[in-house]
Write a protein that binds this ligand. Structure first.
Ligand SMILES: C[S@@+](CC[C@H](N)C(=O)[O-])C[C@H]1O[C@@H](n2cnc3c(N)ncnc32)[C@H](O)[C@@H]1O
Length: 247
């Protein structure tokens, strides 16, 4: 499998801190994990490590894994700059059992990571692998920025617009797939450069998650439209899925 983030990883964090572009995830996780007595968490698409850092700050025992060696390199760098040592492994989330013997109280797969898989077979393989690494009553959490509402927005989005740097998304989609062309423009005397990264997501909306999670054996599935856990609807900016391992 090709690593889409091989080069993008090194500039990925130009998005800024996760609080600034994702909203109040910290309170969301803290409230949810307290309610369910979560102590151990695996972030199986940990990217540049922002969530493992946040969850570790909240006091949870955290592990991180990702398919991309480049993303993991950035995660190591970010964590060690903040004085944190968190175990990180290179692992495809379709095969978590290859790297993890233990089971976790919660597994998170955040910010539109699962939709990198394009077929039902692969999606089910991943969800089953995650389910198998959960303790009884453990939680599996997905978050995504692809929603009925965001799919209806203008195909051109200026995501970052600083004096020295701009990031533009040019988006296109059909019924099944969304392509995001990410255009990074560095425009200062120190760095003048342009890069394009192309990401293809399988479009997974609320009913797709319900169907796939049910097929993988989950019976307790909740879907929300924001971090205050309001219901998902036609105006939601985010899609948040919480499935509980009950069998
Ligand atoms: C959009 S980024 C999100 C990163 C991070 N979760 C965040 O919130 O910033 C998607 C991440 O999913 C990872 N990924 C994609 N397919 C994967 C797979 N099959 N197994 C593990 N990680 C995968 C990518 O390498 C990338 O780090």
């Amino acid at each position: 499998m090709k690593d889409t983030y091989e080069k993008f990883a090194f500039d990925y964090d130009e998005f800024g801190s996760i609080e600034s572009y994702l909203g109040d995830e910290k309170n969301f996780f803290s409230r949810l994990f307290n309610e369910h007595n979560v102590k151990t968490v695996l972030d199986c698409a940990c990217g540049t490590g922002q969530h493992v850092y946040m969850l570790s700050q909240l006091g949870y025992q955290v592990w991180g894994s990702d398919y991309s060696q480049s993303m993991l390199k950035m995660a190591e760098k970010n964590l060690s700059a903040r004085g944190y040592e968190i175990p990180l492994k290179q692992c495809d989330f379709r095969y978590l059992e290859k790297e993890f013997d233990d089971r976790f109280d919660a597994i998170v797969c955040l910010t539109t990571s699962l939709p990198h898989l394009h077929t039902d077979e692969d999606l089910l393989l991943a969800i089953r692998s995650m389910k198998n690494r959960l303790k009884e009553n453990g939680l599996l959490i997905f978050t995504s920025g692809t929603t009925d509402y965001t799919l209806s927005l203008s195909p051109i989005e200026v995501v970052i617009n600083r004096e020295d740097f701009s990031r533009i998304f040019v988006k296109a989609h059909d019924d099944r797939f969304q392509t995001i062309h990410i255009i990074d423009l560095y425009h200062s005397l120190q760095r003048m450069e342009e890069n394009q990264y192309d990401i293809v997501y399988r479009i997974l909306l609320d009913n797709d998650y319900r169907r796939l999670l049910s097929q993988a054996g989950f019976t307790d599935i909740k879907i929300y439209g924001d971090y205050d856990r309001n219901p998902y609807d036609a105006g939601s900016m985010r899609l948040i899925v919480i499935a509980k391992q009950t069998n």
